[in-house]
Design a protein around this ligand. Structure first.
Ligand code: PA5
Length: 458
């Protein structure tokens, strides 16, 4: 993997770019952060960093036992689903579910319930047969309303569908959470997410690895990629450590230039859900009201997904000519799995006949280069993360890289990157409004500014 950041600098992006002297001024802080992170890690406070070194035999054994099923249904939300979805979209066949089972290597079809949308739920139940389905319920807390609603409903339906219902559930949860207790009572298979690992940092725990293994993704290779990236990201020198440089550039762009939008733009549709995973990691970790020492800052930049080349025809106009409030990070793929030769047809039609002798891979790479050039010409700071190909090793490395970037950003901003009080608040209100015992409903007042369209029945 390589990081090209020249287009972020003043020398290329002009007054909108970052000055080398500002990066140099951060060198000392970065070294301090590096020392603090190493100490925290050694004392067990950054457990997610050590996940790639954990044994995976249990995960692989349970995944092998799951091979007979036709469907694999993941129930989870946020950090408990984005990692698995990202891995599947990047590393399985793009039309996995539509392939014949032999073409899928006899791996199950993959479905996700990561909402509490009744129409989606009912639609899925119309589509799959539960007695041919393995359900993996992933929830660290075992209390999040959306996955738990899906779980209890699936449990009820599965019990009706088959006597051996317990064999259709694998629960992935916190070591001593309520789901663990329930699983023991019901006889469900269980996998654990280590206590100190938060949802959005759990992709290298059973939360991300078990679904990946069931779907035939080489999880050893994925973890090797993460370990390799760990070795690169241990360097205390900002000029030698791509994760530290990435974080420093984003920090300087945000705090020094007021760029409050951070775009991630891979030139591959296979990485579209990896961007969702990254957005959640970035937003929940860095969007904070308070610093660690309790000062109100309301900080964080907004991550934005853009897919090349598709969004060249939707967002790029804004990136090139709109306000100077964004940084753009490309993900460039050096070798795509397929080239797809373009034919020389329709001679005499200038719009079409120049394709002959070229490949689709060449076209998408050219478009990425052209976009990067156009943005730089317009003084728009941009950088590029280059991966050699989309395989388990590169994806493992890339996800680990972003986890380190976000951790270091948290340190630079002096916020706790590992909590999410703004999410918890919404959960508490939902519990109260839904009548969960122990949560007071209180007086839920209709807001003065509320506008009711049609009949208000309560
Ligand atoms: O990253 C996080 O911590 C959150 O996004 C959680 O993953 C999400 O709220 C789901 O929580 P749980 O796994 O407890 O159901």
């Amino acid at each position: 993997m390589k990081l090209y950041y020249g287009n972020m600098l003043e020398s290329r992006a002009g007054v909108n770019g970052i000055a080398i002297r500002d990066i140099e001024a951060l060198e000392g802080r970065i070294r301090e952060i590096d020392a603090r992170l190493k100490r925290d890690r050694a004392e067990g406070r950054l457990q997610f960093m050590d996940l790639p070194y954990e044994p995976v035999n249990k995960i692989v054994n349970i995944a092998n036992e799951a091979q007979g099923c036709e469907n694999f249904l993941l129930i989870g939300i946020g950090g408990s689903s984005w990692g698995s979805i990202a891995l599947h979209t990047a590393l399985s066949h793009p039309y996995h579910n539509l392939l014949h089972e032999d073409e899928r290597g006899r791996r199950p079809r993959f479905f996700v319930l990561d909402n509490c949308d009744p129409d989606e739920f009912a639609g899925l139940m119309d589509t799959i047969e539960l007695d041919k389905t393995l359900i993996n319920v992933v929830s660290k807390s075992g209390a999040t309303p959306e996955p738990m609603a899906n779980f209890v409903k699936c449990y009820e339906l599965m019990k009706r569908a088959t006597r051996g219902y317990a064999e259709h559930f694998v629960i992935t949860t916190d070591e001593d959470g309520i789901l663990m207790r329930l699983a023991a009572e019901e006889g469900f298979t269980c996998l654990t997410i280590p206590r100190g690992v938060g949802g959005r940092f759990s992709v290298f725990s059973p939360a991300g690895l078990f679904p990946a293994a069931v779907l035939g993704i080489d999880i050893e290779k994925l973890l090797n990629g993460a370990k390799y990236m760990d070795s690169i990201c241990k360097n205390p020198d900002i000029w030698q450590n791509p994760a530290y440089m990435f974080a420093a550039l984003e920090y300087l762009a945000m705090t020094g230039k007021g760029y409050n939008i951070s775009v991630l733009m891979p030139y591959s549709r296979r990485l579209r859900h990896l961007v969702n995973w990254y957005m959640q990691l970035w937003a929940e970790s860095l969007g904070k009201e308070k610093t660690r020492d309790n000062k109100t800052v309301n900080t964080g930049s907004t991550p934005l997904k853009s897919i090349g080349a598709t969004d060249q025809h939707s967002l790029l106009q804004l990136f090139n000519e709109g306000p100077f409030d964004k940084t753009i990070t490309f993900i460039r793929v050096v070798n795509y799995d397929n080239k797809v030769e373009l034919p020389a047809v329709f001679h005499g039609y200038n719009e079409l006949d120049y394709f002959g002798g070229h490949t689709m891979e060449e076209l998408i790479k050219t478009e990425q280069f052209a976009t990067q050039l156009a943005l730089t010409t317009h003084g728009r700071p941009n950088k590029t993360v280059e991966i050699p190909e989309i395989d388990a090793f590169s994806i493992g490395g890339l996800m680990y890289f972003f986890e380190v970037v976000v951790t270091v950003m948290g340190e630079l901003l002096n916020v706790n990157a590992f909590d999410q009080p703004g999410v918890e608040e919404g959960k508490m209100l939902t519990y109260a409004l839904m009548g969960r015992s122990g949560y007071a409903r209180g007086e839920i007042m209709r807001d003065e500014g509320e506008f009711i369209i049609g009949e208000d029945d309560g």
